[in-house]
Design a protein around this ligand. Structure first.
Ligand code: PLP
Length: 447
């Protein structure tokens, strides 16, 4: 065994992994990356079709982002962000204010997605406490939702895989049954859907409305649940209901932001502005750990007072507003605009979907291929008519993942949902190669 692999196994506890699996599939040590490709220490090439946990927005080792970070590195690597500030952070806010939903006005910096969610929950709680509604202490969320792995974020998540064991440690939150368009219990059609399932949200709001501080959702796309896509109408209705009941709407755009769904933010499909929005991942193009919790002037004003009134938001992270992260994020904004990346991704997204439908749509184990923006997800099932899933213990998605790796494709399915969520500037030739490899891996495992 290679000494690097040996010492990796000796020292490192990898994230979100059963480490015993590594006996059979040792870690692949990556040496470098270029665009949508990764290269391991033996020179083997992999297509990164999941953009490394959905954050690598514009390819690995992107020339413009590299230059921006290098330039900043020789000037200022980090500085305390309380009282002190710096040009990259200010410039970044100047740029972001042009693209975030209208009405969002204040940017609070943190360093990962979960942290930005924690920040949003605390902000919503304190807002109500300081505006005469201290009984609003609870949070609502959608079933199958995912918002990160820290205790607050896990509490508003609904996926047993991540949360079950920690239940005794978590806040008691209100879970609303999420839309499930593939297995719609109301037999609605995606194209003509009137969101009858929204009655579940209405029922929860009517029962718990007075005690709820905020509702948090992943807008339009429940990523970790298996790239479950739901209509913009649902989000529109939610905005209206929140307005009517005084419940704040927190939108977690960590996975959906920056063009992933075809528009800059998923909220833009529904033409709504949340009260609080969380962003991370694509913000820095996947270069630096950085996140933001963005809110309205109205919420900000509830914290603004003489110091001794004790209304300040006493929330911080050491690396809040890190200048290297800001410089990477600024470069991302420049590239998105200059290279018309969203338009490019829209066109490639359609190309990819047509390709997948043609090649795999009729496969006996493909339930549906759903898509939004460039994201395409293939739900594998045992029986097409009944939509019965495979026995989870078979780990079908994981078997395909291992097979695809042998062929040079980094897939990493969510259970039995294979998905493509590549860099937005990926080229068609690379997509063709990825579809070939995916089809090959599926044939090998599912024959
Ligand atoms: C929608 C959503 N929210 C929050 C998070 C957590 O972000 P992080 O892993 O940076 O803590 C993720 C990560 O996948 C996510 O997809």
């Amino acid at each position: 065994m290679n000494k690097l692999v040996e010492d990796d196994l000796k020292y490192i506890w990898h994230p979100c992994s059963q480490m015993k699996d590594y006996e059979e599939l040792p870690p692949i040590v990556i040496d470098h990356g270029k665009g949508s490709y990764l290269y391991d220490i033996d020179g083997k090439e992999y297509i990164d079709i999941i953009s490394s946990w959905w954050c690598n927005l514009l390819g690995h080792c992107n020339k413009d982002i590299n230059e921006a970070v290098k330039k900043q590195l020789d000037k200022l690597e980090h500085v305390i962000f309380a009282n002190l500030s710096h040009e990259p952070a200010i410039d970044l806010c100047r740029e972001l204010i042009k693209v975030v939903p209208k009405g969002l006005a204040k940017f609070n910096f943190s360093d990962n997605g979960s942290a930005s969610v924690e920040c949003a929950l605390k902000m919503a709680f304190q807002y109500h406490s300081q505006t005469g509604e201290p009984k609003r202490t609870r949070f609502m969320c959608l079933s199958e939702g995912y918002h990160g792995e820290t205790i607050g974020a896990l509490s508003v998540g609904s996926m047993d895989l991540y949360a079950k064991i920690y239940k005794p440690m978590l806040m008691e939150t209100i879970h609303v049954q999420a839309p499930d368009c593939y297995r719609c219990p109301y037999d609605e059609n995606r194209e003509t859907c009137s969101c009858q399932c929204f009655e579940k949200a209405e029922a929860a709001f009517s029962r718990y409305g007075q005690e709820t501080a905020a509702m948090i959702v992943e807008p339009l796309l429940q990523g970790s649940a298996g790239m479950r896509i739901y209509p913009a109408l649902y989000l529109k209705k939610l905005r209206k209901l929140c307005d009517e009941t005084g419940i704040l709407l927190i939108v977690d755009e960590i996975a959906t932001g920056f063009g992933r769904t075809g528009k800059m933010f998923a909220c833009d499909h529904a033409k709504i502005t949340p009260d609080i929005m969380c962003i991370s991942k694509g913000l820095t193009g996947g270069y630096m750990p950085m996140a933001m919790t963005i809110t309205t002037k109205k919420i900000y004003d509830a914290f603004y007072a003489d110091y001794n009134e004790g209304r300040a938001f006493m929330h911080s992270h050491t690396y809040s507003g890190n200048p290297l992260g800001c410089s990477a994020a600024l470069a991302v904004q420049k590239i998105l605009r200059r290279d018309q990346i969203l338009e490019h991704a829209q066109a490639t997204g359609k190309y990819l979907h047509d390709e997948l439908e043609e090649r795999l749509g009729n496969h006996k184990n493909v339930g549906e291929i759903r898509h939004i923006g460039l994201i395409n997800a293939i739900e594998l099932i045992r029986n097409k008519d009944s939509k019965e899933p495979f026995d989870a213990k078979l780990r079908t998605g994981y078997q395909i993942y291992k097979e695809a790796l042998k062929k040079g494709l980094l897939l990493r399915p969510l259970g039995d949902v294979l998905y493509f969520n590549p860099a937005l500037n990926i080229d068609r030739e690379t997509l063709d190669r990825a579809v070939d490899k995916c089809e090959d891996a599926m044939q090998t495992i599912l024959h």
